[in-house]
Design a protein around this ligand. Structure first.
Ligand code: ATP
Length: 309
């Protein structure tokens, strides 16, 4: 694997406000790498520093071996940035915006190809102000890619979109990754990160508080499993039997279901023991942790909770 972005002990303050206290991570070529955190956690400052748009106070940043502090111009040709809100003149059309941005780069992508890839061909003549939220986001992704970057930074790209438009944008992001672009995805949406990211870091109050793949973080050394089942009438008195099994830690009634928590083998152990008593559960549901649960565990806050300024 090739490391395309290496950030080590990054620090950045705005006056007395410490935006980034200590952030380190590495992004490998061809992955979708997530930077997760609440509003104000220091995500945007981190990615703007690696894109050469802000100067770090300390630590080291390398993008394909280049230091953005020393050579911001070189960084601009390899890193494409999708801005949080596209700031474009109201009357510029989709195709005009692409040609304008293409003119800033030595070796730009073909605007027509980008239109096709992002499903914008039929909207090419529409003015920016008249585009729906989803189309504006597609255009902003296209603008981030127009310089033919090796790394694209996509910042909060599905904020304000309806569920259908979000799913379309997610498909697009995967298509962009499949075309060979490494993607850094900044988000505070845990479902988005879980669905798209190969690996990610959670940043809170300017520090990395968790790192890994979504699956690793969800497993997170926590080998406890929980499931719920509905037992046939008359079988509810099996609590003692279930509770006596070595793999079972707790067994409780939740409404008309039985909730069992235990080791990784708890489910087959319980089902087998019940079967030996001639009982077959009517319904079984495993209770899986999500990235949102991990986020709350490592930060102590919900993802949508804002940090005090
Ligand atoms: N130019 C600035 N001047 C002063 N403070 C700033 C500036 N930019 C960001 N901050 C502050 O630094 C902290 C980190 O901001 P940053 O934008 O990096 O966080 P974020 O996680 O990206 O949040 P958001 O999603 O809201 O942009 C916040 O407290 C923010 O108010």
């Amino acid at each position: 694997m090739t490391t395309v972005v290496q950030v080590e002990n990054l620090r950045k303050s705005y006056g007395a406000k410490v935006a980034v206290a200590d952030v380190s991570f590495a992004v490998e070529r061809g992955e979708i790498f997530g930077i997760l955190g609440r509003n104000g956690a220091g995500k945007t400052t981190s990615v703007e520093t690696l894109a050469g748009l802000r100067r770090a106070d300390g630590g080291s940043v390398r993008v394909l071996g280049v230091d953005p502090r020393k050579d911001p111009q070189a960084i601009r040709t390899v890193v494409g940035v999708q801005l949080q809100e596209a700031r474009l003149p109201a009357r510029i059309t989709v195709i005009e915006a692409l040609h304008l941005f293409a003119s800033f780069y030595p070796d730009p992508a073909d605007p027509e190809e980008l239109l096709g890839m992002l499903g914008l061909t039929e909207h090419r003549g529409k003015q920016f102000a008249k585009l729906s939220g989803g189309l504006k986001q597609r255009l902003s992704i296209a603008l981030a890619l127009v310089g033919n970057p090796q790394v694209a930074i996509l910042d909060e790209l599905t904020t304000g979109l309806d569920p259908q438009a979000r799913r379309e944008v997610w498909d697009l992001v995967e298509r962009v990754r499949d075309s060979g672009v490494t993607i850094i995805l900044v988000t505070h949406f845990m479902d988005e990160a879980e669905r798209l990211c190969d690996r990610l870091v959670v940043i809170d109050e300017g520090r990395v508080v968790a790192a890994g793949s979504p699956a690793e973080l969800i497993r997170g050394g926590n080998d406890e499993r929980t499931f719920r089942m509905r037992l046939p009438d008359g079988a509810a008195d099996q609590f003692d039997l279930i509770g006596s099994l070595a793999d079972v830690h707790t067994v409780i009634a939740v409404e008309d279901e039985v909730e069992v928590t235990g080791s990784t083998h708890v489910l087959p152990a319980v089902i087998l023991a019940l079967a030996e008593s001639g009982i077959v559960p009517d319904e079984i549901r495993t209770m899986t942790r999500t990235l949102e649960d991990v986020f709350v565990d490592v930060t102590g806050h919900a993802p949508e909770e804002e940090l005090a300024a």
